[in-house]
Design a protein around this ligand. Structure first.
Ligand code: F0G
Length: 455
């Protein structure tokens, strides 16, 4: 494979970045409690913390920003958004929210609503799981074992273990399963897709038992791209047609538009179920804003509806983006650096357990590595291991990743080459890297604000 993925765009505006000295970086990360979430953005050179809300908008989206109709009710931009959602995803009912977790909150309240029950998920996402629990539900894992094996090259690590799901349905009874959540391009497994065949089987099982199938459609376009590459039957399908079919198998979705739709803020829930929609519409006004803006400004809804269309209609954008991820993975693999394979949708995941084998999990290898990459070259990444994964006092012996998430349409090949060099430099001095001790632990979603000290 080549070391480049050609961008199907050119720059129209640029933002300046600069690398502060090593001494300043050491001070900044110490002040941030060795937590990359607590760094100031001005102290970061290459920001691979997340692909969420960090995309560059297109000239068309910026033009849309000027067309904001900021009326409190019935904004014109809402109707454009509704049309885009119907056209691309096919759901007739839409409730806008300020971002993905707003949609998760409302969906969990509507579908669980304090009645309890068990929610099978293909692995978890941090905010999705917490919203299920806040609404009174219990998260269940129905991911396949390959999802938790960084060395497995299974092409569809995001699949649901259908037999396991069936067993849970039998054991718990369908009436105690408010919904099944199926995430596209499973973030915590490395951005790994599920297959259409798997979704079809999950959908049939849910239909048979009258269980709502909720799609987390956040990175659906990349998942559709992988379906086309890896499932023979869809080789000649357009991305739009694949996305439509993925949605058609579900009863509804939650969406963080801050990823696939190239906007800095925005999200929604959408469904085919009128009853679910009506309850969600009643709740959105309490938590987000009126049902025709849901926490977004009119201009944001306009940029979003344009972004939704761009995400499926300009197929080269998706190929380029996923190409950037695999190019960075190749550069790192060629340097002998342990990665989660195969590279997924939105990020390269370094395997911190193999990178720092002398550190035990209680010394936070992924948190340590993320802070070292910042010290080494001002590269900001994110811990996706025991700090993000452990929930309350439950034991954790899972994945220990550092995520290098690539913002869409922002960085160039030279930036990726620089990042690969930074990781390699840290790799060469890995045996001298000391672990961390946690000195402050918030109760929920501790990875955002936890603080650490060098051991
Ligand atoms: N679902 C998935 C799969 C996500 O990756 C995210 C966010 C959300 C839901 C929540 O959406 O942030 O708009 O409220 N992921 C970001 C990330 C934060 O960095 O992976 P949100």
């Amino acid at each position: 494979m080549k070391y480049y993925a050609l961008p199907p765009y050119k720059n129209k505006a640029v933002e300046f970045i600069s690398l502060i000295s090593r001494e300043d970086r050491e001070r900044a990360i110490k002040d941030a409690g060795y937590n990359t979430f607590l760094l100031k953005s001005k102290d970061v050179f290459i920001d691979f913390l997340t692909d969420s809300g960090t995309s560059a908008m297109s000239d068309r989206q910026w033009a849309g920003i000027m067309l904001g109709d900021e009326a409190y009710a019935g904004s014109e931009n809402f109707y454009h958004l509704e049309d885009a959602v119907k056209d691309v995803f096919g759901y007739p009912y839409l409730v806008p929210t300020h971002q993905g977790r707003g949609a998760e909150h409302i969906m969990a309240q509507v579908l669980i609503g304090g009645r309890g029950g068990f929610i099978p998920n293909n692995l978890y996402f941090t905010t999705s799981r917490l919203h299920q629990e806040i609404a009174g539900g219990t998260w269940l894992d129905v991911s396949i074992p390959e999802a938790s094996d960084p060395k497995s090259t299974c092409p569809f690590k995001g699949n649901i273990d259908v037999a396991k799901l069936e067993t849970y349905i039998k054991e718990k009874g369908p009436e105690s399963i408010p919904f099944v959540r199926m995430e596209a391009s499973v973030n915590m497994a490395g951005g790994q897709p599920f297959s259409m065949e798997n979704e079809r089987a999950v959908s049939a099982l849910c239909k048979k038992h009258g269980i709502f199938l909720l799609l987390d459609a956040t990175r659906i376009v990349e998942n559709a791209h992988f379906i086309r590459e890896r499932e023979e039957k869809y080789k000649s399908w357009s991305l739009k047609k694949i996305v439509r079919m993925m949605c058609a198998f579900s009863d509804g979705c939650t969406m963080s538009s801050k990823k696939d739709h190239y906007v800095n803020i925005g999200g929604f829930l959408a469904t085919v179920r009128k009853d679910v929609f009506e309850r969600a519409r009643a709740l959105v006004v309490v938590y987000e804003g009126l049902h025709t803006y849901g926490g977004m400004a009119g201009r944001d809804m306009e940029a979003l509806s344009i972004g939704i269309k761009e995400s499926v209609e300009n197929e080269e954008l998706v190929a380029h983006y996923v190409g950037q991820v695999s190019v960075l993975a190749k550069m790192l693999r060629d340097r002998g650096i342990p990665l989660c394979e195969p590279p997924g949708a939105h990020a390269v995941f370094l395997d911190a357990k193999q990178f720092l084998p002398h550190l035990s999990q209680s010394e936070f290898p992924a948190q340590t590595l993320a802070s070292e990459l910042y010290i080494e070259g001002g590269v900001r990444t994110m811990e996706r291991g025991i700090v993000s994964g452990q929930h309350g006092s439950e034991p954790y012996d899972g994945l220990e990743f550092v995520r290098l998430a690539i913002p869409r349409r922002v960085y160039e090949l030279a930036h990726l080459m620089y990042v690969a060099d930074v990781v390699e430099t840290a790799w060469r001095r890995r045996s001298h890297i000391r672990g961390l001790a946690m000195v402050y632990e918030p109760k929920d979603l501790r990875f955002f604000q936890a603080r650490f000290e060098k051991k």
